[in-house]
Design a protein around this ligand. Structure first.
Ligand SMILES: Cc1cc2nc3c(=O)[nH]c(=O)nc-3n(C[C@H](O)[C@H](O)[C@H](O)COP(=O)(O)O)c2cc1C
Length: 214
């Protein structure tokens, strides 16, 4: 196969299976189980997810962000609140996130509504970040144009001078967003493209699960 033979790139997915009787009744428990396996497998940035949004005009956009917390309430990431993604979510809070754990022949896909986390949660996480990352958040108007790298480094030097020591406050335009799951799909690659897919959907009494065709 030549280096550019993309059509020839294929693998038989045979590492794992996923059966209905192994599924946790609660999808967040199932996610915790798979997330731990992704961490234990040593894959790079197992908390990297693809966040898809569609703004007011309905046109979709996706990008990678890092999961920083998850629990029964949902999946939390942090970002600039003036960024394109955040503005999309103001216009349309519905979003989709995908964890592409291809090394494990797995993906988890979650859909739902996004809400801001509390100011306390944002502050707690912001304070846990390295000082230079905190300064970086102050220095960048994420997703807006800038003329040069030099201008960006000048903006960083300015915030370094503004906060030479002591606690750095949380920038007003920076914070956590939480996707509240309504549907979660766990995908496990299997031989002959007969993959295992299970979809959890929120129902009146909790969660329902169905198997989907591959
Ligand atoms: C591995 C990786 C991790 C990233 N993590 C974050 C993150 O946690 N938060 C964030 O705002 N951007 C993160 N980014 C950058 C985003 O992909 C994106 O470029 C940025 O948020 C601006 O997106 P937007 O213009 O669609 O708002 C990450 C990118 C990569 C490749």
């Amino acid at each position: 196969m030549g280096a550019m033979d993309i059509q020839g790139l294929r693998r038989e997915y045979a590492d794992h299976g996923l059966d209905a009787h192994e599924l946790a009744p609660d999808p967040v428990d199932q996610f915790r189980f798979w997330f731990k396996q992704a961490c234990d497998a040593g894959i790079r940035e197992p908390n990297a997810l693809v966040l898809a949004t569609a703004g007011g005009d309905g046109s979709p956009a996706s990008r990678v962000v890092l999961l920083k917390a998850f629990d029964a309430r949902g999946f939390t990431f942090f970002t600039n609140l003036g960024s394109d993604k955040a503005l999309d979510l103001v216009a349309n809070p519905r979003a989709s996130i995908t964890f592409p754990w291809v090394d494990l022949e797995r993906q988890v896909h979650v859909r739902g509504r996004v809400e801001p986390v509390s100011a306390e949660e944002t502050a707690t996480y912001f304070r846990s970040r390295p000082r230079n990352s905190q300064l970086g958040a102050w220095a960048s108007r994420q997703s807006r144009p800038i003329a040069s790298r030099a201008d960006l480094e000048r903006a960083f030097a300015e915030v370094q001078a503004r906060f030479p020591e002591g606690e750095i406050p949380v920038p007003e335009n920076w914070g956590g967003l939480r996707l509240i799951p309504e549907a979660l799909e766990f995908w496990q690659g299997r031989p002959s493209r007969l993959h295992d897919r299970f979809l959890y959907e929120r129902s009146a009494g909790g969660w329902s699960v169905k198997r989907l065709q591959p």
